[in-house]
Design a protein around this ligand. Structure first.
Ligand SMILES: Nc1nc2c(ncn2[C@@H]2O[C@H](COP(=O)(O)OP(=O)(O)OP(=O)(O)O)[C@@H](O)[C@H]2O)c(=O)[nH]1
Ligand SMILES: [Mg+2]
Length: 514
């Protein structure tokens, strides 16, 4: 693009030079003719021509200067993006304080601190990303000029993201180069490493997507997804030392064509991060011929220029936009952690009450309907789940939704359904325990479990039952919790609990007596 503009400027200069010569001769003739009439007129004419010439020359110089400047002016980031990033970071900070797990909270706070340092200092996060063995670590080693990471022919050499500080000529500020594990690795942990790599890529200010051939599907999909989300990316065709010029150009052309509209042509660049040594024959001064390994230095010129040009021009915009995105992602991560912690605590509440129910029914077998109608256990469970979700709920409200739940369970025939499901299970798997109140105890515990799960969903979704109201929510939970393996495990645990309670109850009087 720039090349063609230069050629055009040169062609125009040649035309202009010809025209100038012709003009010069004409001006001379005109001057002589005027001088014959009046010397003053001739002088005025010359002065006018001189002024026009100076103005044209100034315009031409300016044009060349604009064309010749290596970079257009840097783009300033919009103020509102910077402010929005600040607001998001503050919101994230508020959410993080509610995280209970100390080590997770410390990690989130560390991420927030990094975010704030990145805002104060000019630091660019450049993440090197791509399939296994494309040469990501080799590229980082070459950029840094020293070996910071192991490189191997096999995939899966880099196991975790690693950050290295780098300075780049012509770029004001620090570049933080992040190495990532490869995409689409097979075997254990490959998928987890890929998830980590994608996570790091999502947070990059600038992405270096390394490939060592034309794009495969496993590369095209993440690259285009990231680029479409607005992630600034340079596609690096590595290992070009292995290719003859013609093949290198063909692959570059193909990459550019496939990425039309996704990655600009100038941002697809060839490099050789770690050229393979070649055997060459050298003639010694004594005339003998020796074969030695010739080690070529890395060839990164095009890439370094491109990174510098992008960071100089768009660096601040990229940084601002990305600070906003990272603050948003951080807030979301903290929210997810809180949701998970609450779910775990709420789950523990439900577990506690389902086993209390099992124990109560087992020791004094009362009809299911009586237990439901009494409902004290269920009401207590609702209050405790509400507390986990930080919801203030009146005892009247608790009673109301508790009653509504019992009515819906009855209306849907879930008491019978649960009892027959459990009875069937006892007949087939727990024959010895079928006597006494075991079936009823387990059935009631199971119903408490279903009701508890439904209440967890209700509070987790801001006190909403979702589409179809409480009835649909209950049916969903019944479906989710009626798998044979789950029921089997549930019944096994329930039996163990009631038996141990019974054993304890049996031991007590004896203990007192002795
Ligand atoms: N011929 C040639 N080989 C290269 C070049 N760059 C890297 N390699 C080789 O490619 C292999 C993989 O390089 P790595 O840098 O480990 O690749 P990686 O992408 O970090 O791999 P993982 O960490 O496993 O994802 C090594 O054997 C390197 O020597 C290059 O420019 N030319
Ligand atoms: Mg690596």
């Amino acid at each position: 693009m720039r090349m063609s503009r230069w050629l055009l400027a040169l062609a125009l200069s040649a035309v202009a030079l010809g025209a100038a010569a012709w003009l010069f001769v004409s001006i001379g003739e005109m001057h002589d003719r005027l001088a014959r009439h009046s010397g003053t007129l001739a002088l005025v004419f010359l002065a006018l021509v001189g002024a026009v010439a100076v103005a044209s020359a100034a315009a031409a110089v300016r044009l060349f200067w604009v064309l010749g400047r290596t970079d257009p002016r840097p783009i300033k980031p919009p103020e509102d993006v910077i402010r929005a990033a600040e607001v998001q970071a503050q919101e994230a900070e508020g959410v993080i304080t509610k995280v209970r797990d100390e080590s997770v909270r410390a990690d989130l706070n560390a991420e927030l601190a990094t975010l704030r340092v990145d805002r104060e200092r000019r630091r660019f996060h450049v993440v090197v990303f791509g399939t296994g063995s494309a040469g990501k670590t080799s590229l980082i080693n070459a950029l840094l000029g020293r070996d910071v990471g192991a490189t191997e022919a096999v995939m899966g050499t880099t196991r975790h993201g690693e950050e290295h500080t780098h300075t780049l000529e012509g770029v004001e500020g620090t570049v933080l180069l992040t190495d990532t594990p490869g995409l689409s690795e097979f075997g254990q942990g490959g998928a987890m490493r890929e998830a980590e790599a994608r996570d790091l890529a999502a947070r990059a200010d600038l992405l270096l997507f390394v490939v060592d051939h034309d794009l495969i599907r496993a590369e095209y999909e993440p690259l285009t997804a990231l680029a479409r989300q607005g992630k600034r990316s340079i596609v690096v065709l590595n290992k070009v030392d292995r290719l003859v010029d013609q093949d290198r150009d063909a692959i570059l052309a193909k990459l550019r064509e496939r990425l039309t509209g996704i990655v600009p042509r100038d941002d697809v660049v060839p490099v050789a991060a770690a050229p393979r040594p070649t055997l060459v024959r050298v003639t010694q001064p004594d005339g003998s011929v020796q074969t030695v390994y010739d080690v070529e230095p890395p060839d990164l010129g095009a890439l370094e220029d491109r990174i510098a040009a992008i960071l100089r021009r768009e660096g601040d915009v990229l940084r601002a936009g990305n600070l906003l995105l990272r603050a948003h992602l951080l807030g979301k991560k903290a929210q997810e952690q809180i949701a998970q912690e609450r779910r775990e605590r709420a789950q523990a509440v439900v577990d506690k009450f389902q086993w209390i129910t099992a124990g109560t029914v087992f020791t004094n077998p009362i009809p299911a309907l009586d237990l439901l109608a009494n409902g004290a256990v269920q009401l207590q469970m609702i209050s405790e789940i509400a507390t986990v979700y930080g919801v203030e709920i009146t005892s009247n409200h608790v009673r109301m939704i508790g009653l509504q739940m019992i009515q819906t369970l009855l209306k849907l025939g879930m008491v019978e359904a649960a009892t027959s499901l459990i009875a069937g299970l006892f007949k087939s798997s727990f024959v010895g325990y079928a006597a006494g109140g075991a079936v009823q105890a387990v059935s009631m515990a199971y119903l408490t479990h279903i009701a508890g799960q439904t209440f967890i969903e209700y509070f987790a979704h801001g006190q909403s039952w979702g589409d179809g109201g409480m009835q649909a929510a209950l049916v969903r939970q019944f479906d989710l919790n009626s798998r044979a393996e789950f029921l089997q495990e549930f019944a096994k645990q329930a039996i163990a609990r009631v038996l141990s309670q019974k054993a304890k109850a049996g031991r007590h009087p004896a203990g007192k007596g002795s």
